[in-house]
Design a protein around this ligand. Structure first.
Ligand SMILES: Cc1ncc(COP(=O)(O)O)c(C=O)c1O
Length: 395
């Protein structure tokens, strides 16, 4: 099997699933124009910028007026964990997991919060957990887009509108790529490092009125709550958090970077346009998979296949017969390293917890034309590695 080495490299070789590629045209100078260097985050201009950041999210993502939007510490992880630590325990909890991060939240609930009444619903990589088991009487914890499995929640139809429980949704690689059904979600979290391609460090948290009510009326017994998790005080929500008065000091450089990214989203036509960009990249990969004799999507069902973190595994019978499961990742990482060295594609290996394969980030900051340019290189690198492995075996 000989495949000609392609000549055309992707213009930007960044395909990492986080931190993700910077927006087209990004520059430090553009970020600097937003940077309030050396100013206190409590100064009038900084407070105004943090409020503007919140307002831009509300506008671009069509977040309902009665939902609160806050900037919180420790990226998406901080946002998810502050919600779980501050709210869970008031009623039974259903945890849904089908990849590494949702498994981590499940472990938080079962092993660390050690709640009594927990139901767990798991699915292997490539499939989705049984969402229809949720009846709305309990709280639910899940990731909208499983970044490490390339499997996404197909819609919010399984969440009753008249639910009594709260839905806590880690949407870090879903917002700005999917329309979020806000009315079905009580807590939604994400970080700037994903679809926006900005710097990490701070999380976004969105709370429905019922989530706020939970914070104001429920105090978990005997559970210490670190300062950075406290969203309510003396039975009242801390309103300042949702007006840019962050709990602790944010990086104003990260803030400047995300202001630049939000400006870009707005300038190209908002979320519909950036969704189109993801879809164009996904369609390029889909067409490639359909004619490939060695690669396929890990998620067989297109209804739950992600458009942002696109996960592909090797299905060449030669590969499956030649390598035991534990040895497959080394082979795949080997040929991906070659693409890294040639500056064709960086950070393309699947997450360390996932099956061996290739993960191509296709959030909006990645150019669909770069994804198209990458695909022949994957064919070339795989064919080269296969030939070398066969020759080594024959020798
Ligand atoms: C679904 C999901 N949740 C949480 C995280 C953690 O995000 P952060 O490192 O921004 O806290 C990630 C990062 O890849 C993710 O994909």
């Amino acid at each position: 099997m000989t495949v000609q080495q392609p000549t055309q490299k992707p213009h930007n070789p960044c395909f990492s699933s986080g931190p993700c590629a910077k927006r087209p045209g990004w520059s430090l100078e553009a970020v600097a124009s937003h940077f309030l260097a050396g100013r206190s985050h409590r100064s009038a201009p900084a407070k105004a910028q943090l409020q503007e950041l919140i307002d831009l999210h509300r506008e671009l993502l069509s977040i309902p007026d009665d939902y609160r939007i806050g900037i919180v510490p420790a990226s998406d992880t901080g946002a998810v964990e502050m919600a779980m630590w501050g709210m869970l325990g008031a009623r039974g909890v259903d945890c849904f997991a089908w990849e590494s991060f949702s498994q981590a939240w499940m472990a938080d609930v079962t092993n660390h919060l050690k709640l009594d009444d927990v139901r767990t619903f798991n699915a292997p990589y490539g499939e989705i957990a049984d969402l229809n088991a949720y009846d709305g009487t309990r709280d639910a914890v899940f990731a909208w887009n499983g970044t490490t499995a390339g499997v996404v929640v197909p819609n919010g139809d399984w969440i009753p509108s008249d639910r009594e429980g709260l839905t806590i949704c880690d949407a870090t690689s879903a917002v700005f790529a999917y329309d979020m059904p806000w009315d079905k979600l009580d807590v939604v979290t994400w970080s700037w490092q994903k679809v926006l391609g900005s710097e990490a460090g701070h999380g976004m948290i969105v709370l429905s009125p019922r989530a706020v009510e939970r914070l104001e009326t429920y105090k978990p017994d005997n559970r210490p709550l670190p300062k950075i998790f406290r969203m309510a005080k003396k039975g009242q929500i801390v309103e300042g958090i949702f007006k840019g008065l962050t709990i602790n000091t944010p990086s104003m450089l990260a803030v400047a970077d995300v202001m630049d990214a939000l400006g870009w989203v707005k300038s190209i036509g908002g979320v519909p346009k950036i969704k189109e960009r993801s879809m164009a990249s996904y369609n390029a990969i889909k067409a490639w998979v359909e004619q490939s004799d060695w690669a396929t999507f890990i998620a067989e069902d297109e209804a739950v296949r992600s458009r942002t973190s696109i996960c592909v595994i090797v299905n060449d019978p030669w590969f499956l017969e030649s390598y035991a499961e534990d040895d497959r990742a080394a082979f795949v990482k080997g040929f991906l390293k070659e693409l890294d060295k040639l500056e064709v594609g960086y950070d393309l290996a699947m997450h360390r917890d996932a099956p061996a394969g290739i993960r191509i980030w296709c959030g909006a900051t990645v150019e669909p034309t770069d994804v198209e340019a990458l695909l022949p290189w994957l064919d070339w690198a795989y064919a080269k590695a296969k030939t070398e492995a066969q020759q080594a075996k024959a020798a």
